[in-house]
Design a protein around this ligand. Structure first.
Ligand SMILES: [Zn+2]
Length: 262
């Protein structure tokens, strides 16, 4: 079984013209530019099963503004949130914000990106990214954004916060294996950037940018791997080919996960 899996991984790598080391060792750094050309359509990606609290307490920290590696981070209590994906459950540890967005979509950076950081019992990191554009006022993030911790080291407490309200109704995503975007840039992070944008008002964005006048985003990293998506119509690879490659790449990934667990 292991050799079959290996063969499929090689086939997958060769089929889309990437080095096998990219697939096997997850040395990819984040963030990346997600494009129609490096993304493959797979309508059968495992579904997200979020189990987030609709009323929880947040400890909101300013981790060191205006340092571009700092952020505003909301630490959630134990048991406030988890995500099950592909048979593994990941606990929500914290979420935080980057402006402008770190992940580019076809070269374009949104105004803001939220990262939900999760960890499994086995220590695997999984991040869900939510992109925001400037538009309508966002009441979901307002309990944080209307009372930001303005000074480095400052901390605020937010009660009764609804984590579910941060998630869009449609949970299609871009998925790849990358890294943390801040020191120590740990690899092996499972990235899931949601394809549906949220909005926030210009005033809300300006409040955050007042803390980080030079932004708090890591620059785009070189990427010669591939992204999988269940968003129909995004990939520019002709669909039957794209679907075949997408499915081909998922089979060995799932098989490897099963081998690891057993
Ligand atoms: Zn982040």
């Amino acid at each position: 079984m292991q050799s079959v899996t290996k063969l499929l991984l090689w086939g997958c790598a060769l089929a889309i013209g990437v080095r096998s080391s990219t697939v096997a060792h997850a040395a990819v750094q984040s963030p990346i530019n997600i494009t129609s050309y490096n993304t493959y359509y797979n309508p059968a990606l495992p579904a997200f099963n979020f189990n987030y609290s609709s009323s929880t307490t947040l400890d909101v920290h300013n981790t060191g503004s205006p340092d571009t590696e700092a952020t505003v981070k909301a630490i959630v209590g134990a048991g406030a949130g988890s995500l099950t994906l592909g048979g593994t459950t990941y606990d929500l540890l914290q979420f935080h914000f980057h402006a402008p967005a770190e992940h580019l979509i076809n070269g374009v950076a949104s105004a803001l990106e939220l990262h939900f950081v999760h960890r499994s019992a086995g220590g695997e990191l999984l991040v869900v990214g939510q992109l925001f554009v400037v538009g309508a006022f966002n009441s979901s993030i307002d309990p944080i954004f209307s009372d930001l911790p303005l000074v480095s080291g400052d901390q605020k407490t937010v009660d009764g916060f609804n984590l579910n309200a941060l998630l869009p109704n449609t949970l299609t995503s871009f998925r790849y294996d990358g890294s943390l975007t801040t020191s120590p840039y740990t690899g092996g992070v499972k990235w899931n950037v949601l394809t549906t944008h949220s909005s926030l008002s210009q005033t809300q964005l300006d409040g955050f940018l007042a803390l980080f006048p030079n932004g708090d985003s890591r620059e785009e990293q070189d990427f010669d791997g591939f992204v999988l998506t269940d968003l129909h119509g995004f990939s520019s690879v002709p669909e039957p080919t794209s679907m075949a490659i997408g499915l081909l790449c998922v089979i060995p990934i799932v098989a490897r996960a099963r081998q690891k667990r057993s």
